[in-house]
Design a protein around this ligand. Structure first.
Ligand code: SPD
Length: 278
């Protein structure tokens, strides 16, 4: 009998992956963590019954969350990643030679440990000297941070239910802004533009209360609800549609999905979404 792992998408749709074998199942103080080897997508990470990442499709998500901000921000010396316990986001950030310091703040240390063990193929440079890895609450980190400002802040969070709902609050975006350099950029994952449009609109509107320039953009993620995903980049004055050639040169030769054409095209939005965003 094949064993299936199923995501219930807001009790409206279910999406299942068949497993070759289970790898780990644990309850942390924060969430249920499952890792299994799937037939189609390699090793898959699931948190509280929601698919988070897989060996075969992680590049769509991590490259699109990271590179539009990292290729267009004026400076990328100091970067903060909130969440992202599987390490895919910091791996992409650390590809840039101009990055001097990356802080990653992930609430669940068990996610990091299990991903190091079962998602080693992500090739995350966990021992890179530029990385300052903290296990703690990202919302508290943002509110309490008194140190140097960040050039880029990346929120690689879970879906906005339960405690993660705080990651899309106006107060959280205001705390991010206080920790950003004046020309800095904030980028967040902002849910499915098709089946979670209410969440996307709420995220964009909350960001607009804090930042003058808020630019949603789109890309595919096969194992996420509807397969179409959104990200939103906010700043005071940055035009995120203009990647810097010297940064692109560091990324394009090895990226699997991202390139300059994808970057520009990703900011083109469907007509009905433009209307919904006002
Ligand atoms: N529906 C899943 C949304 C998850 C976003 N975060 C994924 C973490 C990958 N690093």
């Amino acid at each position: 009998m094949p064993s299936w792992y199923e995501e219930d998408q807001k009790s409206r749709t279910r999406f299942s992956l068949v497993a070759k074998q289970p790898l780990a199942s644990a309850q942390s103080p924060y969430q249920k963590i499952d890792l299994f080897e799937s037939e189609q997508f390699g090793v898959v990470l699931m948190l509280d019954g929601l698919f988070q990442t897989s060996e075969k499709d992680e590049h769509f998500y991590h490259e699109m969350l990271i590179h539009p901000a990292m290729t267009s921000a004026p400076s990328i010396k100091r970067v903060l990643v909130i969440g992202g316990g599987d390490g895919g986001s910091i791996r992409e950030v650390l590809r840039y030679k101009d990055v001097e310091h990356v802080t990653m703040c992930e609430i669940d240390g068990l996610v990091i440990d299990l991903c190091k063990q079962h998602l080693a193929s992500f090739n995350v440079p966990w021992t890179d000297k530029r990385l300052d890895l903290r296990v703690g609450d990202g919302i508290a980190f943002m509110k309490e941070h008194k140190g140097p400002l960040f050039d880029v802040i990346i929120v690689d969070g879970s879906d906005p239910v339960g405690p993660a709902e705080g990651l899309i609050a106006e107060s959280f975006y205001a705390a991010c802004k206080k920790c950003l350099s004046p020309e800095g950029a904030l980028v967040v994952q902002s849910e499915s533009p098709i089946v979670m449009r209410d969440d996307l609109v709420r995220i964009v509107n909350n960001m607009r209360t804090v930042f003058p320039r808020v630019a949603p953009y789109l890309g595919p993620v096969p194992i996420y609800p509807s397969g179409s995903w959104s990200y939103t980049l906010a700043s005071d004055k940055l035009d995120p549609r203009v990647p810097k050639p010297e940064r692109l040169a560091q990324i394009e030769p090895t990226a699997k999905y991202y390139n300059r054409d994808i970057h520009v095209a990703a900011f083109a939005l469907p007509s009905d979404l433009k209307r919904d965003l006002g």
